[in-house]
Design a protein around this ligand. Structure first.
Ligand code: COA
Ligand code: ZN
Length: 337
């Protein structure tokens, strides 16, 4: 490999996907502090909240006050999920510059999530994207339950392709393929990406992974090997969906950051600041959180020579494993920046 390291863009969805299903209502000041902590960890993008019905998701009821309270550093992006036109209006009113629409790949999930059938949800997502673009907003479109639906089982690959293409044609800047309930294995990620990549530029594709079966990191690696460079993740692995039974935590931001660091991929993230953000999440939700690698990261923070560099090859507290994992860490194949 030559030249600059490959960049991987992580959107932290903890403040939205992570908090939305928490029983403890986190006060606005706590959400604001969390987003500040994520900026401090140099996250390039954060999904801050959602402009949904406060009856449906009480945790997000403060979206109108939260967004204007947050300063967005130059070059970073702060987005919000909107389920319908009303949500878009509220987002614009609050000064939001980037929105995400959510289109589930099955009839039942759309009904449960946004109370629309699939056809109606497609039309609504198109309309919202069009109106957002007309107002100069950047846009993301989630294709939710893209691997399996808690109500309808395995999701047909062809449908994921068709919906993704529809969202691309509607002009979404990023199409986010979401494993909402964390059911996918790397072979499933490969199958879906094999169907999408001939039709869509990989730069417009993102992966949103949940860790229900412990495969989120393996799925991310599969995506990286196939050229995906945009990922959603959630600080501390916080997450779940109140409308999708079985949805567990998201892929933890710190786990993905470590995977990328060890593979020589550049996320720009500051590991020590990420750990501080995890500590803050823990104090906000009141129970232990953290990705699978958090304990190791804590014990080895001093080995991260530069904020986003790989840990040095002689970990201080895990000497028995020496550095053979580093030697084997080649960059994924098929990578182009
Ligand atoms: N923001 C705030 N309130 C909204 C709203 C929005 N974007 N859209 C609708 N509402 C309100 C209406 O004003 C109405 O209020 P009222 O009962 O006080 O009169 C009520 O919600 C019902 O409106 P209706 O248009 O009939 O919506 P609905 O009951 O069909 O619900 C959604 C549709 C999308 C608003 C609702 O299902 C929702 O918010 N879902 C949340 C989805 C979500 O966050 N999922 C997790 C992330 S993928
Ligand atoms: Zn999710």
């Amino acid at each position: 490999m030559n030249g600059a390291p490959i960049q991987v863009r992580i959107t932290d969805v903890g403040p939205r996907d992570g908090l939305q299903s928490q029983k403890t209502l986190v006060p606005l000041a706590g959400k604001q502090a969390l987003i500040e902590a994520l900026w401090a960890a140099r996250l390039p993008a954060i999904e801050a909240t959602s402009f949904v019905s406060p009856k449906a998701v009480p945790q997000m009821a403060d979206a109108d006050a939260l967004l204007p309270a947050i300063a967005v550093p130059a070059g970073r992006s702060l987005s919000a999920l909107v389920p319908n036109q009303r949500g878009l209006e509220r987002a614009v009113q609050a000064g939001c510059r980037e929105i995400a629409v959510v289109l589930s790949a099955t009839e039942t999930m759309n009904q449960r999530n946004i109370r629309m059938g699939l056809d109606q949800a497609i039309a609504a997502a198109r309309d919202t994207l069009r109106d957002a673009q007309a107002q100069g907003l950047a846009t993301r479109a989630y294709v939710a339950v893209a691997f399996a639906c808690p109500f309808e089982g395995d999701t047909p690959t062809g449908r994921v392709r068709d919906l993704s293409l529809a969202m691309a044609e509607a002009g979404a800047d990023e199409i986010v393929i979401a494993d909402t309930i964390g059911a996918a294995a790397p072979s499933d990620v490969q199958r879906v990406l094999d169907a999408l990549l001939p039709a869509l530029p990989v730069q417009r594709l993102g992966l949103h992974l949940h860790d229900t079966r412990g495969m989120a990191l393996a799925n991310a690696w599969q995506g990286l090997q196939m050229g995906v460079r945009r990922f959603d993740a959630s600080i501390g692995g916080l997450g779940g969906c109140p409308f999708a039974p079985g949805a567990a935590g998201n892929l933890a931001t710190e786990d993905l950051a470590l995977l990328c660091a060890q593979a020589g991929l550049d996320t720009q993230l500051d590991m020590a600041a990420l750990v501080r953000a995890v500590d803050l999440v823990e104090s906000l939700v009141g129970y232990p959180v953290g990705g699978r690698s958090l304990r190791w990261i804590r014990q080895n923070l001093a080995t991260f020579a530069a904020p986003c560099a790989a840990p040095s090859s002689t970990p201080r507290t895990d000497a028995t494993h020496s550095n053979h994992h580093r030697q084997g860490a080649a960059a994924p194949q098929g990578m182009n920046t």
